[in-house]
Ligand binder design. Structure first.
Ligand SMILES: O=P(O)(O)OC[C@H]1O[C@H](OP(=O)(O)OP(=O)(O)O)[C@H](O)[C@@H]1O
Ligand SMILES: O=c1cc[nH]c(=O)[nH]1
Ligand SMILES: [Mg+2]
Length: 232
């Protein structure tokens, strides 16, 4: 599939790649690959999965926050006066998409301690693959805010596109999506549906394809169930 080649290994070498208005950054790092491989493993239990997802997000967050706004401040070390930076206001907003995105929240705010947190509850209908929103708790006005939206899986793209459209409706113009895994089909849908809006997607990998149930292949299964499902 041409799209796979476009976003597969080649994208890792050149990452980030910009396609129309979307910047796709596949984080190429051995620790990222190691943690992702253990997340993929069907034998990994929920407790380990939660810990690894948390660690992986912190590594992705390092890349995702590369353009976070800072301002210069004065600081006195024990030796001399100098200048440094601190995170600027308005505070960045972090929005996990419930349920599975909640497993990424702690790892993200660990690196962004000043962040405000909003919530979007969304569910994908497993028959139609259409996303719907069942809960929203975010500031109404997001103009001037840097927004980081968290969801482990970018599959058909329906969920993330709807989430980002809602952020844009509230005035956000600086949106970064942090996902653990993406499908090439979902990346294409995002480019098409969000054309004209500069959006960055940071991910650990772009996989091969979606199967007939809309699951990422090889993927890691149902992220929500693996994080919060019944114990094995
Ligand atoms: O790109 P898409 O095709 O829209 O699929 C991705 C969405 O599906 C999963 O959520 P799910 O609906 O299973 O909800 P959950 O997080 O509560 O498990 C996943 O966490 C994404 O939100
Ligand atoms: O592979 C997939 C696709 C959607 N949602 C998941 O949790 N996993
Ligand atoms: Mg799920």
């Amino acid at each position: 599939m041409a799209a796979v080649r476009r976003y597969g290994r080649a994208a890792v070498a050149e990452s980030p790649v910009t396609v129309r208005d979307m910047r796709l950054h596949v984080v190429d790092h051995p620790l990222v690959a190691h943690k992702l491989t253990t997340l993929r493993d069907r034998r990994t239990d929920s407790a380990t999965f939660r810990r690894l997802a948390d660690e992986l997000v912190t590594l992705l967050a390092y890349e995702a926050t590369r353009d976070v706004r800072t301002e210069q401040i004065d600081v006195e070390t024990p030796v001399a006066a100098t200048t440094g930076v601190k995170l600027s206001r308005p505070r960045p907003l972090v929005v996990p998409i419930l349920r599975a995105g909640l497993g990424m929240l702690d790892g993200m705010v660990r690196l962004l301690p000043t962040a405000e947190v909003g919530f979007l509850g969304m569910i994908r209908n497993e028959e139609t693959l259409q996303a719907s929103t069942y809960a929203t708790r975010m500031p109404e006005d997001l103009s001037g805010r840097q927004v980081y939206v968290l969801d482990p899986m970018l599959a058909t793209g329906g969920t993330l596109v709807a989430a980002i459209q809602e952020l844009i409706r509230r005035g956000a113009r600086d949106v970064t999506a942090v996902v653990l895994l993406a499908a090439p089909e979902g990346v294409e849908v995002m480019e098409r549906e969000l054309a004209g809006t500069p959006v960055t997607v940071v991910t650990a990998a772009v996989d091969d394809h979606l199967n007939e149930h809309g699951y990422i292949v090889p993927g890691l299964g149902d992220a929500g169930d693996r994080l919060y499902g019944a114990a094995e």
